[in-house]
Design a protein around this ligand. Structure first.
Ligand code: SF4
Length: 361
């Protein structure tokens, strides 16, 4: 059995660590690129969202590398994600690949569902081995997200633009290569230290922009043309609450114990939206309400044709919390120069607004 899966940011690193520790044959397709996107677009029904198209492109590329078992997130929520694995499997079969898609339930049995799936795929490896491999994967995930948070801050104030990104790429490689806890900890401390040492503009008071929207486009930089990095180049500090490590902590461990991290955000959205509308639409509205005082502006990433985000986009202008929101529709038509022009105009507007209101952070 040769296992493959689609990309979503750096998520392949913890999965690789997990499967390597269980001596399983794991192959990752190339990171998402133009070819991935054109393969996905070519073989997808036209009206589907960018997560479907890009993950399909990844799955085709994994199948080309010989993966016969493909993991694909699935859920029982209101959005179409629950059907994607089945449709993608059919498309792969029509293309002549016999790969089987295994659905990874991200909303049902959470921790136990995922552990049971690993048990099946690993040909019944002992639980102790599975749990130890899983823990190591989580440790890598936490290290990656910790460094990314620091990168968000440094990008905005670094003197030489691009320094934090270079360190970040090196850190990702080093985390990928670390094969024990001591090395992993050392790598994490070392890179956090190096990032904090980057020469900064001491007088900078960076604009703070919240990044909100649909889970996949928030976490797969290729799908948003790396909007966070572009904002960093414009001297903006981005704040994002969605991280896979957070999702894992709550979905896998704390939600089953009755803790709901989303309760606060849902409460904030209630005056404008009373129920879950699938995907992350409810949270998008809640984030605007919750963070209106804290951020200078919000960049809302919404996959084109994604119903939950379309609903959220249309509700946001009617909230009494007054904060500028720039919605960016992510699909194969999103072009870099158009995106940059809109970001520059948005950042200008925020800077002027801050000047006139002398908002302090
Ligand atoms: S939430 Fe929207 S973008 Fe995400 S999978 Fe569902 S329909 Fe697609």
């Amino acid at each position: 059995m040769r296992i493959g899966m689609p990309h979503m940011g750096n998520l392949y690193i913890p999965f690789k660590a997990l499967f390597q520790r269980l001596n399983m044959d794991f192959v990752m397709p190339p990171v998402s690129n133009r070819r991935t996107l054109s393969l996905g677009v070519k073989h997808s029904p036209e009206g589907l969202c960018i997560p479907f198209k890009l993950t399909l492109g990844n799955l085709i590329e994994a199948a080309e590398l010989g993966a016969d078992t493909l993991l694909m997130p699935a859920g029982d929520g209101i959005c179409r994600l629950g059907y994607y694995a089945k449709i993608q499997e059919r498309i792969l079969h029509d293309l002549g690949y016999n790969s089987k898609i295994v659905q990874v339930g991200v909303s049902e049995r959470k921790l136990f569902g995922i552990l049971e799936m690993i048990k099946r795929l690993s040909n019944n490896a002992p639980w102790i081995k599975i749990i130890s491999a899983f823990r190591f994967g989580i440790a890598k995930l936490n290290a990656l997200d910790k460094i990314e948070r620091v990168v968000h801050q440094i990008r905005a104030v670094e003197r030489i633009k691009g320094t934090a990104n270079k360190l970040y790429s090196k850190a990702i490689k080093a985390i990928d290569q670390a094969d024990d806890y001591d090395t992993l900890k050392r790598v994490e401390t070392d890179y956090v230290g190096q990032l904090k040492q980057v020469a900064k503009d001491d007088h900078a008071r960076p604009l703070v922009v919240g990044i909100t929207g649909e889970f996949y486009v928030l976490l797969e930089p290729f799908s948003s043309l790396d909007v966070e990095s572009e904002l960093g180049k414009l001297g903006v500090e981005v704040r994002r609450t969605t991280f896979v490590s957070e999702w894992t902590k709550f979905s896998l461990f704390l939600n089953p114990l009755g803790m709901n991290e989303k309760a606060r955000i849902h409460r904030a959205a209630l005056p404008y939206l009373k129920r879950d509308i699938g995907g992350d639409g409810w949270e998008t509205v809640g984030e605007k309400v919750l963070h209106a005082k804290e951020y200078d502006g919000i960049v809302h990433l919404a996959p084109f044709t994604c119903m939950p985000e379309i609903v959220a986009q249309n509700i946001m202008p009617s909230t009494k919390e007054n904060i500028p929101v720039l919605t960016i529709l992510c699909d194969e038509q999103l072009g870099k120069s158009g995106l940059l022009t809109r970001l520059e105009a948005f950042v200008d507007l925020l800077a002027r607004k801050r000047k006139t209101t002398s908002k302090s952070h």
